[in-house]
Design a binder for this molecule. Structure first.
Ligand code: ZN
Ligand code: ZN
Length: 339
């Protein structure tokens, strides 16, 4: 890269990043020049001269963030050597989003040996987007468009004792909530197909006392969340009423910490990627189950049940209030699935 502007703060803000001592110290390590290709460890060693408490984790996360925003470029492969039981000669496919490596059945070139040379190893690696990542996005799109077109599979207003409320969502716009006496069953954004009906019910003040109490608790939790208090939005969820919305998939998002993200491919689930994408895209209780923290590997998908702009706001809001670190969970928790 070229030598950074002396005002690192301005440079950071220009990329939408808050100017923090950690980010400034890491950026200051880069001075430009034809031979400048620093490893993360070298960056850590230099930057911790200025900031002795700087952790390796912060350096890795910050370099990823700088690369993502185009402030610096990454060269070469950050990948460790990987081991596998398939000892036959075969080619590989690396997904640039989920970063998993897949075996390819075909694709090895024929004989490369010239007379007198004996080939002992051929490496061939294709790169691109894997079938799972493509399927996940297609599922997200299908799920989200179903929410705009027809709303969730179970109409919240058909449930016994249900009560509704409309709460201010700040930059997210009005939020329409529905609860049964057992817990929350719906959080709709303005443009969802059922928002109008939920709003009309909220104004009618109908519904059981127990459901109203659930709404009041959720509203309080939402208020604290929007004000920047880190942590989960405490409220009960009526999972039995949400049986058609893949509760298992939605519930796993609660394990992703506030301010963090996790790839769909790292969630402890066995659903096919498309089914999982659909469940996230049609999440009837966004925010209450934080599907905005589920990424497609290194990408924050622009498709979200509340639209890409709300997702970006939510992730930035949490990062800002969680402290320094964006924790991008990466790597294959599950082994690569061969297809
Ligand atoms: Zn992938
Ligand atoms: Zn292999």
């Amino acid at each position: 890269m070229t030598a950074p502007d002396p005002d690192a703060g301005e440079l950071l803000r220009g990329r939408g990043l808050r100017s923090t001592p950690q980010r400034r110290a890491i950026l200051a390590v880069f001075r430009g020049g034809a031979a400048e290709h620093l490893s993360a460890d070298e960056v850590h060693a230099h930057a911790s001269q200025a900031l002795p408490d700087l952790s390796r984790g912060t350096v890795y996360a910050t370099l990823a963030e700088f690369t993502e925003t185009g402030l610096i470029a990454a060269v070469g492969t950050a990948e460790p050597v990987r081991y596998e039981t398939n000892t036959t000669r075969h080619a590989h496919f690396r997904c640039r989003l989920c970063l998993r490596l897949f075996d390819l059945a075909a694709g090895l070139p024929g004989e490369l040996a010239a007379p007198g040379f004996s080939v002992e190893r051929i490496e061939l690696r294709a790169e691109g987007i894997c079938a799972d990542c493509t399927d996940y996005e297609a599922g997200l799109e299908a799920g989200t468009s179903s929410m705009l077109r027809s709303g969730p599979p179970v109409d919240a207003l058909s449930l016994a004792g249900v009560a509704c409320a409309e709460e201010p969502g700040g930059p997210l716009g009005p939020l329409l909530l529905a609860a049964t006496p057992e817990g929350l069953v719906r959080l709709a954004f303005e443009e969802h197909a059922d928002a109008g009906a939920l709003r009309a019910r909220a104004r009618s003040r109908r519904g059981s006392q127990a459901a109203r109490r659930q709404l009041a608790l959720a509203a309080e939790g939402l208020g604290r969340y929007l004000a920047g208090e880190p942590g989960a939005i405490e409220c009960a969820i009526d999972w039995s009423a949400l049986a058609a919305s893949d509760p298992a998939a939605l519930a796993t998002t609660a394990a992703i910490p506030y301010g963090g993200t996790s790839s769909y491919s790292d969630l402890p689930l066995e659903q096919p990627a498309r089914t999982l994408g659909r469940a996230m895209g049609a999440n009837p209780i966004p925010l209450l189950t934080p599907c905005h923290r589920v990424t497609r590997g290194v990408e924050l998908p622009p498709v979200f049940v509340g639209g890409g702009e709300r997702r970006r706001w939510l992730v930035a809001h949490e990062r800002e209030h969680a402290g320094e670190l964006p924790s991008v969970a990466r790597g294959a928790r599950r082994g690569p699935r061969v297809r």
